[in-house]
Design a protein around this ligand. Structure first.
Ligand code: PLP
Length: 401
């Protein structure tokens, strides 16, 4: 049996999405900027997709900027605000648990003279809203805090942070923009830019059964963004380059599918996730769930297996046809311990022993039964092989639980 439980890394492209994209590789190959009818048909497809993406998050189509993915959306939001607010000055507030697309952008800006505050998080991975308030300085121009974390699924109180910034503005502070990386939450939760109260929001198609290499930045009307790429006047002068029409059409279709019966789909996925966690907890001592137990996405379960090396578990699972990811694999392919789990206060051993299981609408109960069965066998075997003091630790833990 092959079981793919790494849907937070990427998802399969839905058959309806592929079907919608296909004509735009061949007979509908026009450049959306061309005046002839091929160009006009491409332009119509581009604008339809823009409406589909906007609808999913409650935005106006003119507020959607198509970019190459979540990484570029994050770069455009953060660097765009830094550029617009006067280069090499200002202050940005973010967190220690952001995706590298945000963290590395913030670090690059720091090198250019922008000040950055990286807020810590609680044991459950939550940002303290009051702490955001205390971090605000006179020169703060942007708060960038992710909506849901890609490793733990923990959902941040973005609405409350937005309100706090509104209050700061009402009290005389110059406008502080708020950006949220919603790459993991869009299509998994109802995401609405009005209720979230954000000025910018990053999305990526390949996390919601769309194609890879396409995403969008929602930019509230009136937000002034500096340029990070130079070229033609595409995307209302915000992102130059010939539009990737097949990918954009796929993204639009994926958004429409993601919005349809979202809550029913997600409640089924949450049931499967809870079932996996219950079964593993009942059958294996020393398993703990990481992240906030309540404010969490329905499709991610991050578990630490005491006394087990996550990398060995991942490889053994792969040999059995099960794909998951570890808390130590990072985007560069190195084995640095996860900065997210480390920020939650987990010990090095706990981080090393953690795995992320991420589900999709295609995940079945039979697959979970198979995964539980192979994990029980593998953990047993790995613990047998572990040095005596590690194994003793687990035996003690099981006696306490
Ligand atoms: N932000 C988050 C939270 C992510 O999980 C990812 C992808 O893993 C990205 C940004 C980057 O998105 P993309 O792969 O589309 O560049």
């Amino acid at each position: 049996m092959l079981v793919y439980l790494d849907n937070s890394a990427t998802t399969s492209t839905a058959p309806d999405v592929v079907a919608a994209m296909l004509p735009y590789f061949s007979e509908q190959m026009g450049n959306a900027q061309s005046v002839h009818s091929f160009g006009q048909r491409a332009k119509a497809a581009l604008e339809k997709a823009r409406r589909q993406v906007a609808t999913l998050i409650g935005a106006a189509p003119t507020e959607i900027v198509f970019v190459s993915g979540g990484t570029e959306a994050d770069n455009l939001a953060i660097r765009g605000i830094a550029e617009a607010s006067g280069q090499r000055r200002g202050h940005i507030i973010t967190t220690e648990i952001e995706h590298p697309a945000v963290l590395a952008t913030a670090r690059a800006l720091e090198e250019q003279g922008v000040a950055v505050t990286y807020l810590p998080v609680s044991r459950g991975g939550l940002v303290d809203v009051a702490q955001v308030g205390r971090a605000i300085r006179e020169d703060t121009v942007l708060v960038s805090i992710m909506h849901a974390n890609n490793e733990t699924g923990t959902i941040q109180p973005i609405e409350e942070i937005g309100k706090l910034l509104g209050e700061a503005h009402a009290a005389g502070h110059t406008r502080i923009y708020i950006h949220t990386d919603a790459v993991q939450s869009v299509g998994k939760l109802p995401v609405n830019i009005h209720s979230l109260g954000v000025d910018m929001l990053s999305m990526s198609a390949h996390k919601i059964h769309g194609p890879k290499g396409i995403g969008a930045l929602y930019v509230r009307k009136g937000v002034r963004l500096g340029k990070i790429l130079f070229g033609g006047h595409h995307e209302r002068d915000r992102r130059p380059g010939t539009e990737n029409i097949p990918a954009i059409v796929g993204f639009g279709t994926a958004c429409e599918l993601a919005g349809a019966s979202l809550e029913a789909r997600m409640s089924r996925i949450a049931d499967l996730r809870d079932y996996l966690e219950r079964e593993l907890n009942d059958r294996i001592p020393g398993v703990r769930a990481n992240g906030d137990p309540l404010a969490r996405l329905p499709n991610i379960s991050n578990l630490s297996f005491e006394g087990v090396d996550g990398e060995s578990l991942l490889i053994a699972l792969d040999l059995k046809g099960v794909a998951v990811s570890t808390g130590s694999a990072c985007s560069s392919g190195s084995l640095e311990p996860s900065h997210v789990l480390t920020a939650l206060g987990l010990s090095r051993e706990q981080v090393r022993g953690s795995l992320r299981f991420s589900f999709s609408q295609y995940t079945t109960r039979e697959e979970i039964d198979y995964v539980v069965q192979v994990i029980v066998e593998i953990v047993d075997r790995l613990r047998e092989m572990a040095p005596d003091d590690d194994a003793a630790g687990v035996r003690n833990a099981s006696a306490q639980s």
